[in-house]
Design a protein around this ligand. Structure first.
Ligand code: MN
Ligand code: MN
Length: 311
């Protein structure tokens, strides 16, 4: 169950009304790297987790992310607070109100459409989507995804900090950013507390392919680095050998029942290409000088005739 504490997790001190900044802040409210996505990611993982330590951690962090959602949502509200009355009461001159709200950006999303409140959208107005959560229900895969999600959230906070001069907003964003760093560390520790944790899941990789590096991108810029160089790697140059690396013929086959085979022959024969024909098409009939080469002389003649017939 949940309780709500009326005090925020971090004090929000906004210096002045700034609806454009409010809109940018929505990125961390309802965006893919935002707090709602983080909260739902860890909450759903926590509910399903069977390991008591990880379950506790996931509930702690999920609950903290909801507290972050409250902080970032409150920043949006504070940045719009000064304009909310003006928009609702309409006491300001229309042109001034429009400029206050829009300032050349798209801040009408929060100021006009949502009455100064935080909407479950990203900063471009795209509604929050459950697809932002990519949980697969296997801790060595989910923890890796959580680590990456925290890394991305940290980067968005960093970018938001770089676009505001408001010291109170910078401070609160700095706190939220730092907490994502701490979460990343917890998830890393939880991942490495599972032994072994690589590769994810139970089945081992096939040994003949596990240490191969296929050099498939050709041309200038060939580089060797620790990702494809050294004792660990078997570096395979691009060549014919790379088709059918299993040693087979690289073909594809399936065993069909006689009924399946007959039907397939029927459909194949019905849609067979006739290689002896060179049919005239609509492109030939409609082609002008820009149409390039057309099918054959007969088509050219018929086209000229049709053209001549028209006045
Ligand atoms: Mn967070
Ligand atoms: Mn986090």
């Amino acid at each position: 169950m949940f309780f709500h504490n009326k005090r925020l997790m971090y004090t929000v001190r906004v210096s002045e009304t700034n609806p454009v900044l409010a809109n940018l802040m929505l990125e961390q409210f309802g965006g893919p790297q935002g707090e709602l996505a983080a909260a739902m990611r860890y909450f759903t993982q926590a509910v399903a987790e069977t390991d008591p330590g990880r379950k506790d951690m996931l509930f702690d962090i999920a609950t903290e992310e909801i507290s972050h959602l409250e902080v970032i949502g409150t920043i949006v509200v504070m940045l719009n607070k000064g304009i909310k009355g003006a928009v609702s009461e309409g006491l300001t001159n229309e042109g001034d109100l429009f400029r206050m709200m829009n300032q050349g950006g798209d801040s009408h999303v929060t100021a006009l459409l949502y009455g100064g409140g935080p909407a479950l959208t990203n900063s471009g107005g795209v509604p929050w989507d459950a697809k932002y959560v990519d949980t697969i229900g296997e801790p060595t895969a989910d923890l890796r995804s959580n680590i990456a999600a925290e890394a991305r959230a940290k980067i968005i906070y960093e970018r938001l900090i770089n676009v505001t001069e408001d010291p109170g907003v910078k401070e609160a964003l700095g706190f939220l950013m730092t907490r994502e760093v701490a979460h990343q560390k917890s998830f890393e520790k939880a991942l490495y507390s599972i032994e072994p944790n690589f590769p994810s899941g139970k089945l081992p990789g096939q040994p003949e392919f596990a240490d191969k590096y296929y050099d498939l991108s050709q041309g200038d810029g060939e580089m060797r680095g620790p990702w494809n160089n050294g004792d660990q790697w078997d570096f395979v140059e691009n060549s014919e050998d790379l088709s059918a690396v299993d040693g087979g013929d690289g073909g594809a086959s399936v065993d069909l029942s006689s009924d399946e085979g007959e039907l397939l022959e029927q459909v194949t024969s019905r849609s067979k290409s006739n290689l002896s024909k060179d049919p005239i098409t609509g492109a030939d009939l409609g082609a002008g000088p820009a149409g390039g080469a057309i099918t054959d002389e007969k088509a050219t003649r018929s086209k000229k005739r049709n053209g001549a017939a028209r006045p």
